[in-house]
Design a protein around this ligand. Sequence first.
Ligand code: NAD
Length: 496
Amino acid sequence: MPAKLTIAGFQGRKITLSTGLFINNKFVPSSTGQVLSVENPATGEQLGTISAAGPDDINSAVESAKAGFKTWRTVSGPTRARLLLKLADLLERDAEDLASLEAVDAGVLYTDSIGMNIPQAVGCLRYYAGWAGKIDGKTLEMDGGIAYTYREPLGICGAIVPWNAPLMITIWKLAPALVTGNVLVIKSSELSPLYALRLAELIKEAGFPPGVVSVVTGEGATAGQALSEHMDVRKIAFTGSAVAGRKILQAASRTNLKKVSLELGGKGPSIVFDDCDFENALLWTRIGITANNGQICAAGSRIYVQASIYDRFIEAYKNAAADVPTVAGNPLDPSTTKGPVVSRIQHEKILDFVRQGKQSGAKLLFGGDRIGDKGYFVQNTAFADVDEDATIMREEIFGPVASIAKFTTEEEVILKANDSHHGLSAAIFTNDVSRAHRVTEALESGQVTVNAWAMLSPNVPFGGVKESGFGRDMGEEALEGWTTVKAVKYNILPRL
Ligand code: NAD
């Protein structure tokens, strides 16, 4: 039996976790004996160690999944729905523990996790439970016969997930994968693996048969790579960086041409027209880059403001930041409004971008420094008058750093917004309905939000275009990505 790890969560509650790999509905030690060290980014202190999977462990998980698939694909729609609904109830029951775990090893604010990420995950499970037994095919006429189609599961699939909203993103993949009859091996991020250990326990408690869901913790370059290369895995659903996404695509092309979906980064434009509700635009453009410290792929990190309101907007943006002081500290404390960024590397990366911003000639409106000398805290930072070619305008920072620039016409801002290799998420602020239609249509982006930033709902597809990736999480669209269509054709013999 792998050792237990005890974590102090919200209001000091003790959370005890198994530290092994969850394979065949049991926690087992890693075959390599290697461990991952889990750090609290608010303090830089080690929380403990957990198992790190190697290629042999991935093989074991896939073997268990093979057996699980035989059972799971025959399970009726109503039973699949019942188990997904049960898991949703268990996430709700254990929301305080799950939110605590996201806070202590990913630095996500407890209040954000319990108020948004966990309800989103629960809603996603309930939404897809509603699809069980309702995924139909077509009946088609053919010359001399008739055909029908139906959708089949792909089989053994993998989900490789990041650290920034780890439970929610895992459920975005788990719920549609299971409702369509697939089985899933989840590889959590090495930076936020603890939630996944509790999720594994809840999967067993919900009653999913062994092998339907496996949860492996481990490094991307070993466990993630082995899963991506596995000849029996039919799909990898990935959320994370473009670097890792390309490696997964290469692994798929080198091996069995498994299906891959990629949810990669973004450099989301937020476009503020002079006919907008000014206060609303001010609110959402601030939230869009400070929520979760800007560590959101859909972050509104490029803010374009129309020239006629630019000076007023800049002044108000600066004042709003000063008026609402940030309370940086322990993300478990409900009075904290700013947690740490996830790791030392992420901290250094963000501060390096800030240094480049300062050197670029852009005007630093506020922030621009670390907070304190313990843990990985970064000030909310905004630059104005940012040049289109500046690194902070072009590269994804994944930190609380806004780059603001002026535009004059609708045509100009569309060109600027689309001048990016990313295309994940955009926001526009206008009270002109015709303009809203024109601009949303012209933007090269997987989603556009009008008069808010990045609203989420389980029935609305989420994903990108261009180098932000392909495939969709959530919505009816995700179901297609987890199934393949089979056509059955009947030659209707003439009566002799
Ligand atoms: P990352 O790519 O480093 O890690 C993501 C996952 O991939 C982790 O589980 C990691 O272990 C695994 N991984 C790493 N190398 C791998 C490899 N060679 N083979 C297989 N798996 C591998 O990304 P991250 O640092 O965790 O997340 C930050 C990035 O993710 C940002 O670029 C962000 O924009 C993006 N992101 C995108 C979305 C989205 O929905 N589009 C959501 C969250 C994060």
